[in-house]
Design a binder for this molecule. Structure first.
Ligand code: ADP
Length: 342
């Protein structure tokens, strides 16, 4: 009895339609067949019984469908599905099944992305703490040794102070790069694109870097560039790219040269920074644009590297809708390049 009541009440949305249908049908049929009062009562009763059965069947199927949907929603809530294919509803609910699957997939992907983001964030924080700890421990060590007496030992005091100063510089580089990367990755990098003369622009940069190259006995070549070549980009951000690429080229080259040149390719101009340095293996080339990835940690730290330079370069070049490319062979040198619209 309870089941019948539940099923009929599940069909309550149809009550009004069934009522009107019954009244109109009974009236029309009784008029057509000229029913007596008695016949009318019996016929109406039969019709009502038929209606009740109809409502029961409708309610039964609706109740079943609702139960199926509820079960699926509960299972989604309890995280019991790992793929949308596991979601199955009856034949009559194919359309809703599709909608639920799409909804599940979207939420599922959002959750996976959030988890990944959380993992990246945790890894990033771990890396930052580790990178900060290295120079801070070194500075602390030198200062303590000096305070414990080395300050009066003329053979070591100056050397220790210089080493502490070198680590302070590393710390400063790291903090600057961290500020840049967090600004970029939190979407706060405001780009300001316009056309500018690439030759004049690169010439100034090359002049700035010449003393550093000469200090290491490296030749800093500047390839011939058309005097009026204009390219489209954000000058300030591209300066950061060029500073990182040029300082890497000088940092990781012991002999030979570093060259800056531009090659025109159709509607774009390719800016190239080439060196005859250590080079990078194919395996490492796939990872050098990751944050904190260094081929040789000690070598990078010794030359003031933070492991963030190329990650920043990649972000800025991506924001120019271009791609940073690398060609390199260990022992022969490297070539970093990217294209800008002419
Ligand atoms: P870093 O601050 O350590 O230089 P980058 O992100 O700029 O960090 O570069 C990542 C790594 O890629 C460096 O540690 C270095 O091993 C390698 N690398 C980058 N540029 C060059 C280059 N021109 N020649 C050889 N190795 C390079």
């Amino acid at each position: 009895m309870n089941k019948i009541r539940t099923n009929i009440s599940s069909a309550r949305v149809y009550f009004k339609d069934v009522f009107y249908f019954t009244v109109i049908s009974v009236l029309l049929i009784s008029l057509a067949f000229q029913f007596s009062f008695q016949e009318l009562v019996i016929f109406t009763l039969l019709f009502v019984l038929l209606d009740l059965y109809l409502l029961y069947r409708l309610g039964f199927s609706k109740h079943n469908e609702m139960e199926q949907i509820k079960t699926i929603i509960n299972s989604i809530r309890k995280n019991e599905f790992s793929s949308p294919d596991e979601i199955k509803l009856g034949k009559k609910l194919v359309e809703i099944e599709g909608d639920i699957k799409a909804m599940f997939l979207r939420t599922h992907n959002d959750i996976i992305n959030l988890k990944k983001l959380e993992q990246v964030r945790t890894e990033f924080l771990g890396n930052v703490s580790h990178e900060l700890r290295t120079p801070i421990f070194a500075i602390q060590g030198y200062l303590e040794t000096l305070l414990n007496g080395a300050i009066d030992d003329d053979r070591v005091n100056r050397g220790f102070i210089e080493k502490a100063a070198h680590h302070t510089e590393n710390l400063n580089n790291l903090l600057n790069d961290l500020i840049d990367i967090s600004m970029i990755e939190s979407g706060q990098m405001r780009m300001s694109f316009r056309y500018f003369n690439i030759r004049e622009y690169l010439e100034i940069l090359v002049q700035e870097f010449r003393p550093f190259a000469e200090e290491k006995g490296l030749e800093l070549k500047f390839g011939a560039i058309k005097a009026n070549l204009q390219v489209f980009g954000d000058k300030k951000k591209l300066r950061q790219v060029m500073v990182n690429l040029l300082s890497n080229a000088i940092k990781y080259t012991e002999k030979g040269y570093v060259e800056v040149k531009v090659e025109e390719e159709g509607k774009s101009a390719k800016i190239i920074v080439k060196d005859t340095g250590f080079g990078i293996s194919e395996e490492d080339q796939l990872r050098i644009f990751e944050r904190f990835y260094r081929v040789d940690k000690d070598r990078s730290r010794a030359v003031g590297g933070t492991g963030l330079g190329l990650a920043i370069v990649k972000h800025i070049i991506d924001a120019h809708e271009s791609k940073i490319m690398v060609k390199s062979k260990p022992g022969e040198g490297s070539e970093f390049s990217f294209s800008l619209k002419k």
